[in-house]
Design a protein around this ligand. Structure first.
Ligand SMILES: N[C@@H](CCC(=O)N[C@@H](CS)C(=O)NCC(=O)O)C(=O)O
Length: 215
């Protein structure tokens, strides 16, 4: 069955891999699944056809036959649940890997997203600059805790899992800020994720997609 995901017609990051279709592409590559990408413009994202797929008018979405999903977490959990390689077979280890997906999305990503909000939505406010160090400290607090848990292990809980895929994807968004480099274990963890052939393919594909010549 054909799998189709949506992505920005042209990502605002110009192909740095920070848009959330990259994490879905990565999961599909890890699972060895072929997929198609449908570009969506900012205007089309808020129109009824796309809102039917994604109630909040965003990307990524995922379609496979009758199934249509939104939310990168739900999409990756779906892929990982139906294909080998992204979740352990042992029931408890599987539950822990899923916990790391939630931890990445609910506990680590929110303070990181504040940087984007502060820069792009509040950058013109007089208090915006004063807020930045507070955001950076909240991120550092989370990274300290995460780094303490990871220690010098390769992955968060045994073998690489969808939990690592999500955590690395979330941490990658921090790279432009330089904060990640303050945490050598986490920087090495992210580098290990990026070195995976499936990530390399996903990154190259999104980069080619976002730098393709305009028609
Ligand atoms: N929680 C959602 C967030 C989706 C999201 O914020 N997507 C961004 C691109 S990475 C988007 O579509 N932004 C455009 C907009 O919100 O109008 C997920 O993980 O899929």
């Amino acid at each position: 069955m054909t799998i189709t995901i949506t992505a920005f017609e042209r990502s605002p990051d110009g192909g740095k891999g920070l848009a959330r279709d990259t994490r879905v592409r990565w999961a599909l590559e890890e699972a060895g699944l072929a997929y198609e990408v449908r570009p969506v413009s900012f205007a089309a994202m808020k129109e009824p056809a796309h809102l039917h797929l994604h109630p909040f008018g965003q990307i990524p979405t995922y379609e496979e036959g009758e199934l249509a999903l939104f939310e990168s977490g739900a999409i990756i959990f779906h892929i990982a649940s139906h294909h080998p390689g992204l979740l352990p077979d042992d029931t408890n280890a599987r539950a822990r890997a899923v916990t790391w997906i939630f931890a990445a999305l609910n506990t680590v990503e929110p303070p990181i997203l504040e940087i984007v909000t502060a820069k792009f939505q509040e950058g013109d406010k007089p208090w915006s600059k004063e807020r930045m160090p507070l955001i950076a400290d909240r991120i550092r607090q989370r990274l300290n805790q995460l780094s303490a848990r990871l220690g010098d292990a390769d992955w968060l809980d045994g073998a690489f899992s969808a939990g690592d895929l999500m955590m690395v994807s979330v941490l990658l968004r921090l790279r432009p800020s330089g904060i990640l480099d303050e945490f050598p274990h986490l920087a090495a963890y992210v580098a290990r994720g990026e070195a995976r052939p499936a990530y390399q393919r996903a990154f190259a594909d999104q980069q080619a997609f976002n730098t393709r010549p305009t028609a």
